[in-house]
Design a protein around this ligand. Structure first.
Ligand code: AMP
Length: 577
């Protein structure tokens, strides 16, 4: 099966996915679509995010769902609010031409009354996070008596986030006759246990096998905290001047954010992910192939259609869950007889993940130090000479009389001047910048520790564990309430002494985006001549936001922002503790 048209899916579905630019099924789709369409067994599918698993389970179910019934037939459970919204959006896209099909998302951190209201419209499909689904069951707002298909998406994540009891309760609420599909990136003991107890003789599939590890790729890793990651990435790019690279991110949102950051900082970069239309993706890929841009920020699946041989670097901006994906990503460099470099940016609490990748793939990944401003300037100078010495032909007629009298300078002085001229902006940027402090990997298994702590805290609060988690797989998400109190959970963040953190009265509900905050800060601090305030972390939460700017701009910002408006709304900022 190489094309979707060979899958027997209904014309309505084929039309919808055709518009999304899906032509050939991904590996997991090739395996699950025919299975779900024709088999009545339960299923365990080992596949990580980015493999196309949402379409893998939802397309065949949409094909079979009864659109004349107004009962819930299909339930998807997933760990986070973001994933819940993403899956809902995907299913709505896939069922765009199925007039009578309605899908509702139910997740924590958002008004339960609104969700109850939308359940009254009798959707056939529910996508939910376990905590909120339980709340709604308790309020008798969900009738699961007609469920045919239950999907547990990212089952390992749900279990490690402490949703075991909720999952068991929900599974007991659904009819025994249903078909259960469990998707998980890893087959942990808990996943095994839950499948043993709740799945009947499941069919098992797993996507792909470990790719061959290439020997001509050098693997480096750099430790950078959540707040330093983008700056660390910038430094790594600047210290590798003539690179042609793909930066891999986990989610579409992260992909766009990183690409925006690079573009705002003047790099020839762009984003490639599933939220773009096929035409947009084609344009980005073309620009990259033609080297009009030399940095592509992409999700795993979106990058799949791109075949380029001359990548100098692959950057794992976020580590994948699956070691196989790590090998696959890295193998995109070091092609056609050339050497390649694979760079991983690792948060201090990701030691367990790194260890797992190292042990499964047997790749040697060595720790390196994030370049200092001095390292970067040196690398840039070497880059200029590398380019200079590669020029072996004259590209245009050049009349020597155009050169002014330079006899007062020695050759070295002239080279010096040209370099100063060429690298002025970069050198100025790094001149007053603090180097990124070396960070140690935490010796503890913090990835899990963080979750356990979160779990404990949520238990104390006794509700809605799923609320306000960060993007898929990003455990740095925080709750609005926690944020205001400065209760971040997990490790306390390192504060930069030169920055002031502000509370800002607008948030996602006001359609505030990071770009808007950048613009607002720039506007409110524009009176100090051309020097712009340095901007630190920006966090946009549901009802309000936080941002950090250079301390010396504090009063100016506070003075100006009061008289500014965003989409007609008054702005208010105050120093946060
Ligand atoms: P998922 O693993 O479900 O998060 O999917 C990752 C991304 O791949 C999403 O952006 C999907 O829209 C996209 N995608 C899924 N299936 C296909 C396909 N067959 N062809 C192209 N893109 C796909």
């Amino acid at each position: 099966m190489n094309l979707f048209t060979e899958t027997n899916l209904s014309p309505d579905i084929l039309k919808a996915i055709g518009e999304l630019g899906y032509e050939s099924p991904t590996e997991i789709q090739k395996q699950t679509i025919p299975f779900i369409l024709s088999d009545i067994r339960d299923l365990i599918a080992l596949a990580q995010t980015g493999t196309g698993k949402t379409a893998a389970f939802s397309l065949p179910i949409l094909d079979m769902i009864d659109d004349t019934s107004r009962k819930i037939q299909f339930l998807v459970l997933c760990p986070t609010r973001e994933l819940c919204l993403q899956i809902t959006k995907d299913i709505k896209n896939y069922s765009k031409y199925m007039q009578n099909i309605k899908t509702t998302a139910v997740y924590g951190g958002s008004s339960i009354m609104d969700q109850i209201r939308s359940l009254k419209e009798k959707p056939q499909i529910i996508v939910g996070t376990p905590g909120r689904v339980i709340d709604l069951i308790n309020r008798k707002a969900l009738d699961f008596s007609a469920i045919h298909w239950l999907v547990l998406d990212e089952a390992d994540e749900m279990l490690s986030m402490g949703f075991k009891d909720e999952l068991e309760t929900i599974m007991k609420e659904t009819p025994e006759t249903k078909q259960t599909f469990l998707f998980s990136a890893t087959m942990s003991k808990e996943v095994e246990r839950i499948s043993k107890n709740y799945l009947t003789k499941p069919h098992r599939i797993s996507v792909g096998s470990i790719n061959e590890v290439k020997k001509n790729i050098k693997h480096e890793y750099y430790v950078a905290g959540y707040r330093q990651k983008k700056e660390a990435l910038k430094r790594l790019i600047d210290s590798n001047p003539n690179q042609y690279s793909i930066i891999f991110c986990r989610t579409r949102m992260e992909t766009q954010e990183v690409a925006d950051f690079l573009m705002q900082n003047g790099y020839a970069a762009d984003a490639l992910h599933g939220d773009l239309s096929q035409a947009q993706r084609d344009t980005v890929m073309k620009k990259f192939r033609l080297k009009n841009i030399d940095i592509l920020v992409a999700t795993d699946v979106a990058a799949r259609g791109l075949d380029v041989d001359s990548l100098t670097h692959v950057v794992h901006y976020s580590l994948p869950d699956d070691p196989e994906v790590f090998v696959h990503r890295s193998g995109r460099t070091g092609r056609a007889g050339k050497d390649g470099i694979s760079i991983s940016l690792i948060k201090p609490e990701e030691s367990r993940k790194l260890k797992q990748i190292k042990s499964v793939t047997k790749i040697e990944i060595t720790e390196s130090r994030i370049p200092t401003g001095e390292d970067i300037v040196k690398a840039q100078v070497a880059g200029v000479f590398e380019n200079l010495l590669e020029v072996h032909q004259d590209f245009f007629e050049f009349d020597d009389s155009l050169i002014p009298d330079l006899s007062e300078f020695t050759k070295e002085e002239l080279v010096h001047k040209l370099l100063q001229f060429q690298l002025k902006d970069l050198a100025l940027y790094y001149k007053d910048k603090h180097d990124i402090l070396e960070q140690k990997m935490s010796s503890r298994d913090d990835d899990r520790g963080g979750r356990d702590r979160d779990r404990g805290r949520d238990r104390d609060r006794g509700r809605d564990r799923d609320r306000d988690r960060g993007p898929r797989g990003d455990r740095d998400g925080r709750s609005d309430r926690g944020e205001r109190r400065g209760d971040r959970g997990g490790k306390p963040r390192q504060r930069d002494e030169n920055m002031t953190r502000f509370f800002f009265n607008l948030g996602k509900k006001d359609q505030l985006k990071k770009l808007d905050v950048l613009e607002i800060i720039n506007k409110a601090t524009s009176s100090k001549g051309s020097k712009r305030a340095e901007i630190g972390n920006i966090e946009i939460l549901e009802k309000f936001s936080f941002f950090e700017i250079e301390k010396s701009y504090k009063n100016e910002l506070l003075g100006n922002i009061q008289s500014m408006k965003f989409k007609g709304k008054d702005m208010r900022a105050e120093e946060a503790n």
